[in-house]
Design a protein around this ligand. Structure first.
Ligand code: GLU
Length: 480
């Protein structure tokens, strides 16, 4: 058997875990799970000014929330500084890199004169090693630049296919700064070699870095990994997804009422699909179906409406027991139930959630749906009132229902349903003629879960009081 693949997610801790980062992490995770590989997490914190511990924490939290568990790490890139430097110095010693003594001012002036076309003029390339050593020994500030060889640098990108760059288009790029710190490409390659990464899977904004990185692998005598560059995530307007298009941080989606499993499924489809009709796929199904070969080249459109739809599907499937820990804090925060009652009324809450979960697309919509069962506030929908209470017999029918419900013993779903059916029969009307006006009386709305469930959850006292109130309204002529 060949060695297991080793992949990594290498976020820079300079912000939150955004959707693009989550997608990169997720694709790496999926392929590692699929092929029995190793998923490494590396925090690229070499930019000390912009990196923060809070950002690292946010990224780790976001990954944990989505269930993107890593097998090794989190490693911190900054811990590898000495190795990055040693490798850059090795390239210098081997003549694959050279010292550049050009000052920042000198380079800036040249750049200003040329504009966007600017490329380093390789002025220091020709400095003889002895002179270079002497100047360095004398303390002259310098950077270390990679000596880009002639030729072409090509790779067979798993997503984009054969990709090539003429080396003449690649600057002799800096690998160590004047202060001795490594530049991004040097650190990444050194780490990926050290961590024996076999597949580099990341956003296609990194394609311009890839030829430089490949040249570094070759210069360091290390095997070059496979590269898979993921298509950009676009907003519905076809432009790169940004805050303009709404939330882009994973944490915001959690706050907005999305389930991690729904976001997981949705993100897996950003640039990938299983090649069949399936859309709602759980983690295991995604692992089974995933392959790097099926990743698209074209940008992936982020469709919020689709995410909401998918979240609705997951809510519907989610057992009420699993939904309760998410929903209860929302109900408590809204003041609809006390923390103590979350425990004492657990069965009742589970029953309620079972009914509500099919009617919402986000968990944050649960309190609005639950309100009518937990408070005495009923908002009568004028349209429903107009339609369902207009029959002059409504009050009488509600009266019959009231009597029937008063007598239900014990208070069970079956008992309630039987009583309502008997009431309709006694009145000589179809069940709907009783159920619909009652539904409006109890919930204010013409759409609700099954009427027997509504009655049951409200409880006898509340149900009877609402019927009385409805009859008063009808009697007072305020019904319609
Ligand atoms: N740290 C880089 C980033 O956040 C990723 C580097 C890589 O994946 O090679 O974009």
């Amino acid at each position: 058997m060949s060695d297991p693949i080793r992949v990594r997610f290498a976020p820079s801790p300079t912000g939150y875990l955004h959707l693009g980062g989550a997608r990169t992490a997720l694709f790496n995770w999926l392929i590692a799970r699929k092929l029995g590989g190793v998923f490494v997490l590396r925090i690229e914190d070499t930019d000390r000014e912009r990196s923060t511990d809070e950002s690292t924490q946010t990224i780790l939290d976001g990954m944990k929330w989505m269930g993107l568990t890593w097998d090794e790490g989190p490693f911190h890139q900054a811990d590898g500084f000495d190795r990055h430097k040693a490798e850059a110095r090795r390239l210098l010693a081997e003549g694959k890199a050279y010292r550049c003594f050009c000052t920042a001012e000198e380079l800036a002036a040249k750049k200003a004169a040329v504009g966007d076309e600017y490329r380093y003029d390789q002025k220091c390339r020709a400095i003889p090693p002895a002179e270079s050593d002497a100047r360095a020994d004398a303390g002259e500030p310098h950077t270390i630049r990679f000596r880009v060889p002639e030729g072409t640098t090509a790779w067979d990108d798993v997503v984009h296919g054969e990709t090539r760059f003429d080396n003449a288009s690649i600057d002799d790029f800096i690998i160590l700064r004047t202060d001795g710190t490594p530049i991004y490409n040097m650190a990444v390659v050194s780490d990926d070699i050290d961590m024996r990464i076999t597949h580099v899977i990341r956003g296609d904004d990194h394609i311009p870095n890839t030829p430089k990185q490949i040249l570094l692998y070759q210069a360091l005598g290390a095997p070059v990994p496979a590269f898979a560059h993921l298509p950009m995530i676009l907003g519905p307007d076809g432009k790169k997804l940004s805050k303009r298009h709404g939330a882009t941080a994973v944490g915001d989606y959690a706050d907005e009422g999305f389930l991690p499993e729904a976001l997981f499924n949705f993100i897996a489809f950003l640039g990938w699909n299983p090649g069949d009709e399936r859309e709602v796929m759980d983690r295991d199904e995604l692992v089974q179906a995933f392959s790097l070969e099926r990743i698209n080249k074209k940008g992936a459109i982020f469709d919020r409406e689709k995410l909401a739809w998918m979240n609705g599907r997951y809510l519907e499937k989610k057992p009420a027991e699993e939904l309760l820990p998410i929903a209860a804090p929302l109900l408590v925060t809204e003041g609809l139930i006390s923390q103590a009652d979350v425990e004492t009324r657990r069965d009742w809450l589970l029953h309620l959630l079972e009914l509500i979960k099919v009617r919402v697309r986000k968990t944050t919509e649960i309190p609005a749906q639950a309100r009518v069962y937990l408070t005495d506030e009923v908002f009568y929908d004028p349209g429903a009132v107009e339609k369902q209470w207009k029959d002059p017999a409504t009050s009488e029918r509600l009266g019959a229902v009231r009597d029937a419900l008063r007598a239900v013993e014990p208070w069970t779903l079956e008992g309630i349903e039987g009583a309502l059916r008997a009431a309709a029969e006694g009145l000589g009307v179809g069940f709907g003629k009783v159920a619909q006006p009652l539904r409006v009386a109890l919930t204010g709305s013409a759409a609700s879960p099954g009427i027997d469930h509504v009655v049951y959850l409200l409880g006898r006292d509340r149900a009877l009081a609402r019927i009385d109130h409805a009859r008063e309204r009808i009697g007072a002529g305020t019904a319609a």
